[in-house]
Ligand binder design. Sequence first.
Ligand SMILES: NC(=O)c1ccc[n+]([C@@H]2O[C@H](COP(=O)([O-])OP(=O)(O)OC[C@H]3O[C@@H](n4cnc5c(N)ncnc54)[C@H](OP(=O)(O)O)[C@@H]3O)[C@@H](O)[C@H]2O)c1
Length: 314
Amino acid sequence: MTASRQEQRAQQQEQQEQRAGSGAGERAAGPRTALVTGATSGLGRALALALHRSGWTVLAHGRDRGRLARLAAEAGDSRLVTLTADLASLAEVRSLAERTAARGGPLHVLVNNAAVGFGPPGAGRETSADGHELRMAVNYLAPTLLARLLLPLLAASAPARVVAVGSVGQVPFAVGDLAFAHGYRGVEAYRRSKLALAAGTFDLAEAARPLGVTVNCVHPAGFMDTPMVRESGVAPLSTVADGLRAVLPLVTDPAFADTTGTFFRGTEPGRALDLAYDPRFRRDLAAATDRALRAHMCGSEASDTRTDGSTTDE
Ligand SMILES: NC(=O)c1ccc[n+]([C@@H]2O[C@H](COP(=O)([O-])OP(=O)(O)OC[C@H]3O[C@@H](n4cnc5c(N)ncnc54)[C@H](OP(=O)(O)O)[C@@H]3O)[C@@H](O)[C@H]2O)c1
């Protein structure tokens, strides 16, 4: 990249961050708080620091205490709070939601960014602490549970937003084969989880609309230069700054205050895989998801909001 192009990009990022901190809606609403998952690396780290620089309070999630400590040191003040949880455990996802709610402050935006990539070429199937296929667990079940558990807090802080960091890399699958028991490939497992995330986004958007919470899914950029891409052996095609340009406005820009249930390809509204809009696929996926998450929703006072918006005490 030439120096002038770099300067132009730096200038664009600065303008974006100024908008992040000074939108009319934000001024009226006072200080804003966001929870960013996977804030220890790549896009999540860049987003957490950009929001912090813009004056936001950032709840930065990670699974590695050392990496979180380095992030906190870089932010340099108490407006960046770190929260540890392994999203491959639904009990830890629930604990993350409980610790977030227990802070007592508002939550204006949840950014479900953390994910497991394709893995190294040829790597075998892995499972989560709960026995689910790992990529479906971390990339779909965990963000879905986190969003459901935090929906009451987001609603109490409304106007609020959920931004799911998805991918255009999606492949169809049978909901009955959520476990991907046969013919496993890491790249396909990742792409199944991103289809599920997009489909789930549309359901959650419908449930959250009456609560003043918007829910969107965004493909940040193709093959950004991050650890998950490098691990998979794919040559990076874009930068974290490219991804940040797509995601940051969905978190902060007042222009998106009323946009919900939309899949973004980079900075532009686009379409997820057709199956993500298929009512039968969505219904079957929601039912399988409810079954997988039920044990972790029960008894939580911040929880029990199903995708159809109903609540339960069970
Ligand atoms: N890179 C791309 O080209 C690309 C393209 C489309 C979409 N995306 C999406 O963009 C998002 C960010 O990806 P990235 O490229 O920035 O990836 P990255 O740099 O590899 O970061 C992934 C983040 O997720 C965290 N994470 C992974 N497994 C976890 C677990 N079990 N529990 C808790 N945290 C976990 C990682 O923690 P550690 O730091 O501890 O590893 C890290 O913070 C993801 O949703 C990804 O699918 C990326």
